[in-house]
Design a protein around this ligand. Sequence first.
Ligand SMILES: *Cc1c(COP(=O)(O)O)cnc(C)c1O
Length: 421
Amino acid sequence: MDHFLYRNGSLHAEDVPVSDIAAAVGTPFYVYSTATLLRHFSLFDEALAGTDHLVCYAMKAASNQAILKTLAQAGAGMDVVSVGEYLRARAAGVPGERIVFSGVGKTAEEIRTALEGGIRQFNVESEPELEVLNAVALSLGKIAPITIRVNPDVDAKTHAKIATGKSENKFGIPIARAREVYALAGAMRGLDVIGIDVHIGSQLTDLAPFEQAYLKVAELTTLLRADGHDIRRLDLGGGLGIPYERSNSAPPLPLDYGALIKRTVGHLGCEIEIEPGRLIAGNAGIMVCRVIYVKQGEGRDFLILDGAMNDLIRPAMYDAHHDIVPLVEPEPGVETRPYDIVGPVCETGDTFARQRAMSPLAAGDTIAFRSAGAYGAVMASEYNTRPLIPEVLVKGDQFAVIRHRPTFDEIINRDTIPEWL
Ligand SMILES: *Cc1c(COP(=O)(O)O)cnc(C)c1O
């Protein structure tokens, strides 16, 4: 469910007509709904009610500080995967004790910054990282709280580029070697081994792989406790999928996911953390574009937009589907026609949809890509010297620009010319 609905024939973000934002900000842009962000966060929070838990929003999905602050004020922690994200979360007012640091390639410098600034835990992904973390902690006279990310070797049944829990993926340590690696960690004086971490992939539309993974984590908890480790926190990762195609998909609900967590690991008495990103931000954001030209091709019509693959890369990168709707609601019963919907970038990959049935559109019309809140703005680039598009946040009948569109001068002046030129 989201808060982007037609009212009186025009698409609204909560109580704001999206066309008003387009008039004020110019297209293309992203707009997020506060109510949707908060609703999705609470669905997770409520699904884990009755267990000691923290929902750590995986901020790589959409990391604007206004979004982070909205969620943090509702009680969310943050899952970060770089020191940049750590500093951004801190700048948004998130305390260190609510920030979890994930990622396969944390550098000593990143670890030092987080340890000095305060951190809830590091999710360690390899033996060399254990050594570096231990050394940095000892050099600072600190003890680093850690979990170790285990790779449970389950098939998440999602797109290959976002599956992370198979043994051939780069993530975590093989679960079969977990006891050995925990023994190593347990002997390091700079580390406090507090738990286990697992994250098997993204956009999962079936609960079965979660169940397989969490049962393995439960079994491992018992073994590690018998080995003398005080396992008291389980970080169960993110990955719950969202319905990108309204008409034909119904991924599992957070409530059922919460029940699954309680059923598989609830008896262990551990504090539970989860790291949802996409399900919180995905349907809380849309990307709004204008049609520049309607071009008649050989046997097909192209809608050429002012938004492109550099603004929203998911279709090019993951073959992702986004529902696309006009800002002006089509008359009931209007006949649709197929369009190839493309951006202006010089790559055939700059295609958002092929032969998509839409109500007839003309140059100047505005359309919205639904479910673009997660892995949208954060993955944007300035390819073709196209400025990063603005982000806007709506709350009720108010809206605010939360990242402005850079001027061409800002972009161009970022380059520096060597003396010899
Ligand atoms: C990307 C990621 C997440 C979030 O995944 P979603 O599919 O967006 O919920 C959580 N944890 C880790 C470690 C990740 O890398």
